[in-house]
Design a protein around this ligand. Structure first.
Ligand SMILES: [Zn+2]
Length: 328
């Protein structure tokens, strides 16, 4: 028996060491699978399974700190949404069948619990990172959030998860400056709408343009660094936008915490958009953000899943992105 202990002891140390190196929380909840907008809708429950599959197959899942998302409270939602909007979402899924809010966004009975868990994941992630339980956190949740405006659900989004998380860091944890980076193929119009006049928030983004939601270029300020990319742009154009625009803005703003709208629908295999990003680009941007966070933000990064609809590419991209946080 003593011999067995001697054999296991070093492995335990290595295991703990690896956990410490990554210290990435992975937050999700089974209720996020209950939101269903129809059999052929690309924003489908299988997205979360695809992420789980790749994390398990890669071995990375063992080194993540797994946590279940709590329900967001009304006080969390009210920081970024009008009371009337919250009430509308609360009532929207109550009936039988689906309630269509726009041509591609529908509510069912499972939508509200999923949306409250998705928003609650961001709140928990922020708490875990702020209190040092984790260095970084990734919320594998749906519905996504970055199109949800202060008073409007649209584009598969109901509550703006990343905005709720950022507002929690500002209002509950007392931070004075936070940044939100968004590399989804679509512009995060909801996040821009919510924080456009809030001097505590810097938004940096890239997005295909012109493309849904057909905005993003009109608001440009030192705090709204939204960089359009032409259709068929690939890693070279994306990395140039990050290096030339995001990084200088982030270095100047010196955020105390970084939030990421992590959408993977700019992947070349994802026919939702026409960008040509690959796994290495997501790994690269994670390294850039980690470097900024290490210098200015005590390494604090919370990432929220946004888009990503080609299931194989989504799983591989999230894995590459998360692996990158542990390799610096
Ligand atoms: Zn998107």
């Amino acid at each position: 028996m003593p011999q067995a202990r001697q054999e296991q002891h070093p492995r335990t140390i290595i295991h703990r060491f690896r956990q410490r190196v990554l210290a990435t929380a992975f937050i999700t909840h089974p209720a996020c699978l209950l939101h269903d907008m129809g059999p052929s809708h690309p924003e489908c429950p299988a997205r979360l399974h695809a992420i789980d599959d790749q994390l398990i197959a890669s071995g990375l899942s063992n080194y993540l700190v797994h946590a279940e998302a709590p329900l967001a409270g009304r006080e969390h939602l009210l920081r970024v949404h009008e009371a009337g909007h919250i009430s509308m979402i609360e009532a929207g899924g109550a009936g039988a069948g689906r309630l269509q809010l726009d041509p591609e966004t529908a509510m069912c009975a499972g939508t509200l619990p999923a949306a409250l868990r998705a928003a609650g994941a961001g709140v928990l992630a922020t708490d875990m990172v702020m209190t040092g339980v984790a260095d970084t956190a990734f919320c594998s949740v749906r519905p996504p959030g970055h199109h949800a405006e202060r008073n409007r659900a649209m584009g598969f989004c109901f509550f703006n998860n990343v905005a709720i998380a950022a507002a929690h860091a500002l209002d509950h944890h007392g931070l004075k400056r936070v940044a939100i980076a968004d590399f989804d193929v679509h512009h995060g119009n909801g996040t821009a709408d919510i924080f456009g006049t809030d001097e505590r928030v810097l938004m940096v983004s890239t997005f295909q343009h012109p493309f849904y939601p057909y905005c993003g270029t009109e608001i440009r300020s030192p705090r709204m660094v939204n960089i359009p990319l032409a259709a068929h742009s690939g890693g070279a154009e994306f990395r140039a936008a990050v290096k030339d625009h995001w990084l200088p803005a982030l270095e100047k703003f010196k955020p105390e915490m970084l939030f990421v709208s992590a959408g993977f629908d700019g992947h070349r295999d994802d026919d939702m958009g026409m960008l040509k990003l690959v796994e290495a680009d997501y790994a690269w941007v994670a390294q850039q953000l980690k470097t900024i966070a290490d210098v200015y933000s005590k390494g604090r990064i919370v990432s929220m899943l946004e888009g990503g609809y080609e299931l194989h590419a989504l799983g591989r991209s999230v894995t590459a992105y998360l692996k990158s946080f542990g390799e610096i």
